[in-house]
Design a protein around this ligand. Structure first.
Ligand SMILES: [Zn+2]
Length: 450
């Protein structure tokens, strides 16, 4: 359904947001097995302290985070996280690709566990909240349960998924969660990092991991009761609505369309405009065509060309070669595939009209996913029990919990991003919103793990 307002979020609840720094959630008997009132605290001060501390690892002078996956800075914060989890008396282990698992063993350890977490790695010039907020919220939520003396029926497994931002290096993201699904292929290990020339296998080995054992990371169907993740929205809807919490109902899929354009390199002064076969101009027209195609859907599809390069890089030459990747995303599979097909056809038309060659590489991507209805209903119930309004919304970004959602019931809670900005040093989420998200995650965990 192209053009349908399916990305427009829906507001639920009417109560004003509460500012809270040390959030307390009172869980009442809701017909689940909680059964009685109890008070659980989410320690926002500790979370903020940790968040500030992690931002000192891999930060550049402009405030951007550069903790690309499997880099020394990534490894350092992952070890720090593991040490905090161990200090909290959680059972910590690391799998073959670097997923960190920290378990609070439940009263009935034979029941399928509840997994909760996010990631600590960043884009090459990322922010300090993307993934980090959700990982710290998951740990803090479980620490709060321990402090309150609550032992859930089910084991709660706090995870730091490895290499969520893998696309910043290897053209493949969510590497750790894909390994948990058995969807990381041995051939993926030979992908080459655009920045260092290392293969994924070499990058893992440099962290002391065992990529040949990727099969051992696989979590079979039925082994997890649910997967939860809190994440910053990375878009503008929550802030624009003045709402602190979002319950995600669907997660966009993507199609990555790589194009290599060959024109004719020539002198920038001597070659008349009428004689040019400029690869960069053709590439630029393809980028604009993709933008127009996405814009025409009224929000159902977005398209970006964040990977764009040309040669030679000199003022004095008409570029003879350009390479780009168009990233098309939508939560509607049909709209996604229609848009991707149209961009490919338009690229061929532009090439013909400009007399250049366009070679299209292998298209890759993931399909859109719905979050699990029962888990989303639980998250909505949690917001209502906290007297907090919330939006039901689509996630434009991909997430580890969405990867695992292909096999296990999964749910996502969003907190606002200032100006809707993420994957940028300008990324910011207010402490009170992080506290609200952490408290909601904690309350949902108590409910689902009881
Ligand atoms: Zn993320």
């Amino acid at each position: 359904m192209v053009g349908a307002p399916e990305r427009a979020p829906r507001v639920e609840g009417r109560e004003p947001r509460l500012a809270r720094h040390r959030a307390t959630v009172v869980l009442l008997d809701n017909g689940q097995s909680v059964g009685h009132a109890m008070t659980v605290e989410f320690d926002l001060d500790r979370m903020m302290h940790r968040l500030e501390h992690l931002a000192t690892y891999g930060s550049s002078s402009d405030g951007a985070m550069q903790r690309i996956p499997y880099s020394p800075a990534d490894q350092e914060v992952r070890e720090l996280f593991a040490s905090w989890a161990a200090d909290a008396s959680l059972n910590v282990s690391v799998d073959a690709v670097g997923n960190i698992s920290a378990k609070l063993v439940g009263a009935d350890p034979d029941l399928p566990a509840v997994m909760v977490g996010s990631h600590l790695d960043t884009q090459p010039a990322g922010g300090r909240y993307d993934g980090i907020a959700g990982t710290l919220a998951a740990l803090g939520a479980v620490e709060g349960l321990l402090a309150a003396g609550i032992r859930p029926q089910r084991t709660i497994e706090v995870v730091c998924w490895a290499a969520e931002e893998g696309s910043g290096r290897f053209d493949i993201g969510c590497i750790g969660s894909k390994a948990m699904l058995g969807a990381l292929r041995p051939t993926d290990l030979e992908l080459v990092c655009r920045m260092t020339g290392q293969t994924l296998r070499q990058a893992m080995e440099s962290c002391g991991l065992d990529p040949d054992a990727i099969a051992s990371c696989m979590r079979p169907a039925g082994s997890l009761h649910a997967v939860l993740e809190m994440h910053i929205e990375q878009g503008p809807y929550l802030e624009e609505a003045g709402i602190g919490l979002g319950v995600v109902t669907a997660i966009s899929g993507n199609r990555r369309l790589p194009f290599a354009i060959s024109g004719v390199q020539a002198h920038s002064g001597a070659q008349p405009m009428s004689h040019r076969r400029d690869a960069l101009c053709a590439a630029a027209e393809i980028v604009l065509a993709a933008e127009s195609r996405a814009t025409a859907t009224g929000g159902a599809v977005v398209a970006t060309s964040g990977m764009f390069d040309h040669v030679p890089r000199t003022i004095a030459a008409v570029p003879g070669r350009a390479d780009l990747v168009i990233d098309v995303r939508s939560s509607d599979l049909e709209a996604l595939e229609d848009a991707a097909r149209d961009v490919v056809e338009e690229a061929a038309r532009i090439a013909r009209s400009r007399g250049v060659e366009v070679e299209r590489g292998q298209i890759w991507g993931v399909d859109p996913t719905d979050t699990d209805r029962s888990v989303s209903a639980l998250l909505e119930r949690t917001c209502t029990a906290m007297d907090q309004p919330y939006l039901t919304m689509v996630s434009g970004a991909g997430h580890d919990s969405a990867i695992l959602g292909k096999r296990f019931p999964s749910g996502l809670i969003f907190v606002p991003s200032r100006d809707g900005i993420s994957h940028s040093p300008l990324e910011f989420t207010a402490a009170e919103d992080l506290g609200l998200g952490g408290s909601a995650l904690q309350a949902a965990l108590v409910d689902i793990a009881s």
